[in-house]
Design a protein around this ligand. Structure first.
Ligand SMILES: [Zn+2]
Length: 222
């Protein structure tokens, strides 16, 4: 906690001044163009990863970057999505999973329900992912299974997004686009789902040539 208090002090005395104009402008309102849905995992920093400033990403985070289907749960996810699309008019929605995701590990090897009753219930929103992985990829080893689960989960949560009326309406009018990403913590790479080839592929060309083995490993035929 002490580190955070020191950080606040540093922010207020050193950092804020250099961005005062930005924050004064932002105090009048926000106009983010992207809703970024990702995991609560402490190793992901959406603004660092995308080199964006405050005010540019509307961020929704939870364990496993899950999007309960519309009507399944009157929780914060539906309200956040509704406000982002209908209130702020975001143009793009990104569902970003990540490597070494604890929620995906928990999905593949569920913890004792008595220890994590809320988490166990929450992961039901990824039951389709678990089922697909179990039925389709049973031949894979643990590490590959985790990668596959992470990618399949991003795709399933994109499907769930489409059940939200504001998203369905935005998609039908061409006002909103959905994107599926997977962030690889150990290389900094981001893989995006390409519906043309039904695979995730690295989004940054320069790094692609440097990390072909990882790219092939992450790629998934669906
Ligand atoms: Zn995670």
């Amino acid at each position: 906690m002490q580190k955070l208090l020191q950080g606040l002090q540093h922010y207020q005395t050193t950092v804020f001044g250099s961005q005062r104009e930005l924050f004064e402008r932002l105090s009048e309102g926000q106009t983010p163009e992207v809703l970024f849905i990702t995991c609560s995992d402490s190793r992901i920093n959406p603004n660092l990863l995308t080199q964006t400033e405050p005010g540019e990403l509307f961020i929704l985070r939870n364990a496993g970057n899950l999007v309960p289907p519309y009507g399944a749960l009157h929780g914060g996810e539906a309200a956040t999505i509704e406000f982002a699309v209908a209130g702020l008019g975001v143009k793009d929605i990104i569902v970003c999973g990540h490597s070494h995701c604890g929620a995906m590990k928990g999905l593949l090897a569920p913890p004792a329900q008595t220890d994590f009753p809320a988490l166990s219930q929450w992961l039901h929103h990824a039951e389709s992912t678990r089922r697909i992985v179990r039925d389709k990829y049973a031949h894979l080893g643990d590490a590959a299974l985790l990668n596959v689960a992470t990618q399949e989960n991003v795709l399933m949560q994109m499907e769930n997004l489409r059940t939200h009326p504001v998203v369905a309406s935005g998609l039908s009018q061409g006002k909103v686009k959905l994107h599926g990403w997977v962030y690889k913590i150990e290389t900094g790479e981001v893989f995006g789902y390409d519906p043309q080839i039904c695979q995730f592929k690295v989004l940054t060309e320069q790094r692609a040539s440097l990390s072909l083995p990882e790219r092939q490993f992450m790629a998934l035929e669906i």
